[in-house]
Design a protein around this ligand. Structure first.
Ligand code: SF4
Length: 293
């Protein structure tokens, strides 16, 4: 995956872990010329199957992201939007009609948290999740960063999980990830791994089928389990894939149950390392993409 971003953001999360990019007004300093075609070509050149709009929110460069997604699609490269999902209905339809997959943050489950900590509103994000799930062909996953004392109570996680199962169905993957002190939340401790495991269990108990823990070493929480027979199908350790047992058509090899998702026919060989990718050719230019597993 070629990860790509610009500068700035339409939210102002106090915990932002990419705050140097999201709060930057220095887009002319950071940016370089990278046409949609050049980005799609860079993905092909470096053996990437897909381009991810990440690091900052593609909502603020939606027109550009849509053009890049189209250039990628022409060349058989997929595109993924990683976003907070805080977007108006018309650009929402255009953006999520253009990309192949989306990972949307559901940062908490109270409007008070959203307003105080992120500057956004919960209902707009819920509307985006429902829209992507029910009105587009875009594959949807959800990420929730758990911040100790702010959005990690059992009751809030249970309400969130119940909403996901009722409104989106049980098959939308949900990732609980660990916070570390950053930006304007230096006084909050890191998320204990036990909090992530507990949240995962609450979501599973509520009926979500594919719940993961992230940013931690947790074999149980990092593995995709067969929803039919319970066999381990994709065993992960942080960004590494240790085992990949899905059949070419995305089924469990033991019981034959289809696993919802968009899967490669086989495991790639890149593994967990990152390499910088130079897209523009101008002298002194900055790399604007990074290849990730
Ligand atoms: S939406 Fe993401 S990039 Fe933007 S401020 Fe919040 S955490 Fe940072």
């Amino acid at each position: 995956m070629l990860s790509f971003g610009t500068a700035g953001c339409n939210l102002g999360c106090k915990f932002c872990q990419n705050w140097d990019i999201s709060t930057s007004r220095e887009i002319d300093h950071l940016a370089d010329r990278a046409t949609p075609d050049a980005i799609a070509q860079a993905a092909l050149r470096t053996g990437c199957d897909s381009v991810a709009f990440t690091y900052n929110d593609p909502t603020i460069f939606a027109e550009y992201a849509i053009d890049i997604a189209a250039a990628c699609r022409e060349r058989g490269v997929k595109s993924v939007a990683v976003s907070a999902g805080y977007i108006s209905p018309q650009p929402r339809a255009e953006l999520y009609g253009a990309v192949d997959a989306a990972n949307i943050d559901l940062k908490g489950f109270s409007d008070d948290f959203y307003r105080r900590i992120t500057g956004a509103r919960l209902q707009t994000v819920l509307d985006t999740l429902s829209f992507i799930r029910h009105e587009t062909d875009c594959w949807l996953e959800i990420t929730t960063l758990l911040i100790p004392g702010h959005n990690d109570s059992d009751a809030e996680i249970k309400r969130m999980a119940n909403w996901i199962v009722t409104e989106l169905g049980p098959d939308v993957p949900h990732h609980f990830t660990a916070f570390h002190p950053d930006h304007r939340m230096q006084d909050v401790p890191p998320t204990p791994p036990a909090t992530l495991s507990k949240a995962r269990q609450i979501a599973l108990d509520a009926g979500e089928r594919f719940v993961y823990t992230g940013n931690v070493h947790d074999a149980r929480g990092g593995t995709t389990w067969c929803p039919g027979c319970g066999a381990g199908l994709i065993v992960r350790d942080w960004h590494r894939v240790r085992e990949y047992r899905l059949t070419a058509d995305g089924c469990c090899p033991d019981c034959g149950r289809a696993v919802p998702g968009r899967f490669a026919e086989r495991l790639g060989t890149f593994d967990g390392h990152r390499i910088p990718v130079r897209i523009a050719s101008r002298r002194g230019s900055h790399p604007v993409g990074r290849r990730q597993p």
